[in-house]
Design a protein around this ligand. Structure first.
Ligand SMILES: Nc1ncnc2c1ncn2[C@@H]1O[C@H](COP(=O)(O)OP(=O)(O)OP(=O)(O)O)[C@@H](O)[C@H]1O
Length: 244
């Protein structure tokens, strides 16, 4: 029997002004699943994840996360979210940043200390926690942002282009972290433009012009358009292949 979904999006539409950004999206995410959202720039991926988290309201349709209708403050606290731009305090050390966000999540005492230690170790930042963030490289800042998103031990982790500016070796390590989290039944939604990353997802939703035009395993998506690589499939589903 399939477990009930962690995220259930039904018939979701959203416009900004006269421009329709999301068009009748239906989507489910299951426990322990990594769902990738792939699509050309401006397709609506960030808008969709913001709707799921409850940072923005849909015009029509419904979103349920962990069986609660969104937006819902209590449920929002159970979601780890990393936006595209890092939201870090540059003048504080990494440890102080983590401490600040951990307090926002209501963590205290030994629990706070151990969550900070565990998450920092997952993203290999334990040795660098006393440095001010202003001295961090771009990749270190991304890892610190992932670390913050993991502090509250979320059941659902949403990452908007998490590995931008991160070298391939570290990207691999971060994906190992995602796979560990998945084994503990955390569901992950990840938006990406990186093809080797897309292939690592359990399922991929292809978004184009605000529509979810295909959703399946990377292998099935490639097979269904006779693509040899994920990039070919991306171009096909992005509608670019026909223009060349
Ligand atoms: N608050 C807003 N007001 C008006 N238009 C918006 C707003 N937020 C997003 N848009 C528009 O919605 C469209 C989809 O944007 P979105 O950021 O969701 O795309 P995306 O697929 O995440 O793109 P990228 O891969 O470049 O991050 C774009 O045309 C964008 O300009």
């Amino acid at each position: 029997m399939i477990a009930p979904p962690i995220v259930s999006v039904k018939n979701l539409s959203k416009s900004f002004g006269k421009k329709q950004i999301l068009n009748q999206i239906d989507l489910q995410v299951y426990p322990g699943e990594i769902l990738g959202l792939l699509g050309p720039s401006g397709a609506g991926k960030t808008t969709l994840v913001k709707e799921i988290i409850g940072l923005d309201l849909p015009d029509s349709g419904s979103i349920h996360v962990l069986n609660e209708k969104m937006p819902n403050l209590k449920t929002m606290e159970k979601i780890g979210y990393m936006a595209q731009a890092d939201a870090l305090y540059q003048d504080l050390t990494a440890k102080e940043n983590l401490d600040f966000f951990a307090r926002l999540y209501g963590l205290k005492g030994t629990e706070k200390k151990s969550r900070i230690e565990d998450t920092a170790s997952l993203v290999e930042l334990s040795e660098h926690l006393s440095k001010p963030v202003s001295q961090y490289s771009g990749g270190m800042k991304r890892r610190l942002s992932i670390c913050i998103a993991l502090l509250n031990n979320p059941k659902l982790l949403i990452l908007d282009e998490p590995t931008v500016g991160i070298d391939p070796i570290l990207r691999k390590a971060i994906w190992q972290t995602f796979n560990h989290l998945k084994e503990n039944d955390t569901s992950i939604i990840v938006t990406t433009h990186v093809m080797d990353e897309a292939e690592k997802c359990d399922r991929l939703g292809m978004i184009r012009n605000g529509q979810l035009i295909a959703i399946d395993t990377p292998k099935n998506l490639m097979n269904s358009c006779n693509a040899q690589t994920m990039e070919e499939a991306f171009l096909y589903y992005g509608g670019l292949a026909n223009e060349n």
